[in-house]
Write a protein that binds this ligand. Structure first.
Ligand code: MEV
Length: 387
């Protein structure tokens, strides 16, 4: 039977979580752990998730993407969705972003993309879809949807891997993340899970990095703008590893982001601490650009001091960070905190991992900057499109 399969990596934030929500710089790397999605038309005529009925209310990311990319009202058929992977959920490693990116890519493959029939099939010729360089059609607006028969004669249906676009995946994943986090979400997780590698977000265009795009989001306390870049680590990172330690304590990002927002509302002076995190992240970016991993590690440890100060660390995270410190270049919580995971940068992954496990954590080891979204299925013909 026809099926489509895609995957996307999790992410680990090295610098700047929480402050990035307020427009400050941050760095995340894609990790080796991934989520894989497989979709096919449902044989039973109802939406299925891992063999059971799909509960849309309990899966807001999936519902949000179906609403944007799979117009049931136009006759798009129910699908059977399977999710597999080794990114622990609600642990700060981007499992929901990886899921959203992989699912957006799978739906795009399943539907194909209409392209204006003139010249090439670059993003500027998209007749429908979500892209930051297509005027009037971004994730916060409407897709152009479908066309009359007349219009369609001037278009062709692009299918297969060329119909998928990392920028569109990131935009769509960001929009459903923002909805799940009560309107407050940076594009950090979605961009990293889609593009892979090392992603740097900044409040300015960084001339030493390759520029991807600008993102804007209207949040409850005003509009935020981010500049998103890729950083090429080259071969320098060959002997450094990330050891990620999970506390096993589930900590939803939305709650942690709301906690920081409340703290700032009650005490606006504490925005200074958020600004300090931004300054530390900027030093971390410089250290990464120079390939100075000793400085990267030290800067991560400094970042942890500020994360603790704004109240997003926890006793469990502190214990794992302390255990990792002697054998690593630096360690901090990663993601939203309150539980979830910590990360150590180390040249001794086995020793660091054993120390974290001895302190009660469960570890994952990853290189820095894994591959972004991938298409796994051998045959990627669209299996539904408006005639
Ligand atoms: C979550 O992985 C990172 C936060 O900074 C939230 C966000 O960037 O949207 C806590």
């Amino acid at each position: 039977m026809t099926f489509i399969s895609t995957s996307a990596p999790g992410k680990c934030i090295l610098f700047g979580e929480h402050a990035v929500v307020y427009g400050h710089p941050a760095v995340a790397v894609a990790i080796d752990q991934r989520i894989t999605i497989r979709i096919q038309p449902s044989a039973t005529g109802i939406w299925l998730l891992d063999g059971g009925t799909l509960n849309m209310a309990r899966n807001p990311h999936i519902k949000g993407l179906i609403d944007k990319l799979w117009p049931v009202s136009e006759g798009a058929p129910p699908l059977s969705i399977h999710i597999d992977g080794n990114i622990p959920r609600a642990s700060g490693l981007g499992s929901s972003s990886a899921l959203s990116v992989a699912f957006a890519a799978a739906l795009r493959l399943a539907r194909g993309r209409w392209v204006e029939n003139e010249g090439d099939s670059s993003q500027n010729n998209w007749a429908e879809g979500f892209g930051s360089s297509v005027s009037g059609s971004d994730a916060y607006g409407e897709s152009k949807g479908f066309f009359s028969q007349n219009d369609q004669e001037k278009m062709f249906l692009l299918t297969g891997e060329n119909s998928v676009d990392a920028d569109e995946n990131a935009i769509l994943a960001h929009s459903v993340e923002a909805a799940a986090q009560n309107g407050r979400a940076s594009p950090m997780d979605s961009s990293t899970c889609s593009h892979g590698g090392v992603v740097v977000i900044s409040d300015q265009i960084e001339s030493e990095l390759s520029y991807l795009y600008r993102r804007e989001l209207s949040m409850p306390d005003g509009k935020q703008t981010w500049h998103i870049h890729e950083l090429d680590l080259g071969v320098v990172s060959d002997d450094v590893y990330l050891v990620i330690g999970s506390t096993g304590v589930s900590a939803p990002t939305s709650k942690q982001v709301a906690k920081v927002a409340n703290m700032l509302k009650q005490n606006p002076d504490r925005m200074e601490e958020i600004e300090t995190i931004g300054k530390i992240a900027r030093r971390g970016i410089d250290a990464l650009i120079c390939g100075d991993y000793d400085a990267v590690g030290r800067t991560m440890t400094e970042n942890q001091i500020m994360l603790k100060s704004i109240g997003v660390s926890s006793p469990e995270l502190d214990a794992l960070i302390k255990a990792a410190a002697p054998s690593s270049l630096g360690a901090k919580l990663t993601g939203a905190g309150g539980g979830g995971c910590m990360v150590a940068l180390t040249k001794n992954p086995k020793i660091t991992s054993d120390a974290i496990e001895l302190a009660g954590g469960r570890t994952l080891i990853s290189k820095l900057g894994s591959t972004g979204m991938m298409i796994n299925s051998p045959n990627n013909d669209a299996f539904w499109t408006k005639k």
